[in-house]
Write a protein that binds this ligand. Structure first.
Ligand code: GTP
Ligand code: MG
Length: 343
């Protein structure tokens, strides 16, 4: 079970432009020599690693990438212009394979890396180039070489920014479906989610957060109960954990659930326990007035422990936008611009 985003695309570089057959025509020069120019080179298809991307979803819409062909050569020794390169932006971590052989062609990890996925064909030579002592008037030129073309498999192992942690039925999948276009199964029984699922939340200003929904954790998950091991593995590399507690079960139950979850996290691995945490008290739409004040008390309790806390409803969307902002700040880590004393 991997978070794998996949796409199959076709790339075709531009064909080289044909060379030109032409002869000089000038007054008083009855038999001008050959002056056909070379064709231009075809454009390359170039992959560029763009850190602002984090999925291959664009490639589900557009699958064919064809670069411009080179221009034909012209008379008067004019060379054809080269075709423009076609730039295809891919997220960091994209692995490119030849779709036919399955061979890995390139592992595109570092932002800014450029890699030629298909090389443009060379332009053909014009007839001027074929002139020799014995052949004064060549009546032929070279055609352009075809541009490379191939089908590529793209694979991206997604690294989620935020891992959702909660007991079964707490509302993790409901939250994911509220903030992203992912459509996980949601139902009123435990263990509805049996596979991890990812979604990308769009915040304002083109900021995004990749969120991983995993199945609910129960006591003993770190020992493998309820397949806990496999699921916890998926959130090992996330930057922040969002602990979702079902507040409709009451304050005491929510607190108990928090403790169980923390035990499971630390039992699995220290690294999980050290991650920044944010707590969401979910299902507040079900609370009456007095229960709302309990919610405030519980939030204060977490805040006193240095843990950000947000009351939310995954169903109505209340509090969700503020929660995403907090998650974004935590995922980004301390920004030097925010530190006092910086100019
Ligand atoms: N009223 C209300 N119901 C909610 C809210 N969030 C989730 N639910 C309901 O709670 C139930 C469980 O929701 P899920 O999103 O499937 O919970 P989950 O945490 O993904 O559950 P598992 O996949 O089993 O671990 C569903 O019936 C949801 O409609 C909420 O904010 N308010
Ligand atoms: Mg679920």
């Amino acid at each position: 079970m991997k978070f794998l985003d996949e796409a199959k695309i076709f790339v075709k570089a531009g064909d080289g432009g044909p060379g030109c057959v032409s002869f000089r025509r000038e007054r008083y020069v009855p038999r001008g020599g050959p002056d056909g120019g070379d064709g231009g080179k075809g454009g390359d298809v170039v992959f560029v690693v763009d850190p602002s991307l984090n999925t291959l979803s664009e490639f589900r819409r557009k699958k064919r990438f064809i670069a411009q062909r080179g221009e034909a050569g012209r008379g008067k020794s004019q060379h054809g212009r080269a075709g423009k390169d076609l730039v295809v932006r891919v997220p960091p971590g994209t692995i490119v394979k030849d779709a036919e052989t399955g061979r890995i062609l390139k592992d595109l990890t570092t932002p800014g890396t450029r890699w030629i996925a298909a090389r443009g064909g060379k332009g053909g030579k014009g007839n001027e180039r074929f002139k020799s002592a014995t052949r004064q008037a060549p009546r032929f030129a070279q055609p352009g070489r075809p541009g490379e073309e191939r089908w590529l498999d793209l694979e991206l192992k997604l690294i989620a920014d935020v891992g959702l942690v909660g007991e079964p039925n707490a509302g993790k999948s409901t939250f994911l479906s509220r903030v992203t276009s992912a459509r996980p199964k949601i139902a009123d029984y435990p263990f509805t989610t049996i596979r991890p699922m990812l979604g990308v939340a769009d915040l304002t200003d083109e900021r995004t957060l990749v969120i991983a929904d995993i199945p609910g954790l129960i006591e003993g998950a770190h020992k493998g109960i309820g397949m806990g091991h496999q699921f916890l593995k998926h959130i090992e590399r996330t930057k922040v954990l969002l602990i979702i507690l079902d507040l409709s079960l009451g304050k005491a139950a929510a607190l108990k659930s928090f403790e169980t979850l923390m035990n499971e996290l630390s039992g699995y691995h220290d690294s999980l326990n050290r991650k920044p945490l944010v707590v969401a008290l979910n299902k507040i739409d079900l609370l009456g007035v007095s229960e709302r004040s309990e919610c405030v008390e519980l939030c204060n309790y977490f805040i006193q422990k240095g843990i950000s806390c947000h009351p939310i409803s995954g169903v109505t969307g209340e509090g969700v936008a503020q929660l995403l902002e907090t998650l974004w700040l935590k995922a980004r880590g301390p920004n030097p611009d925010d530190l006092p004393g910086c100019i």
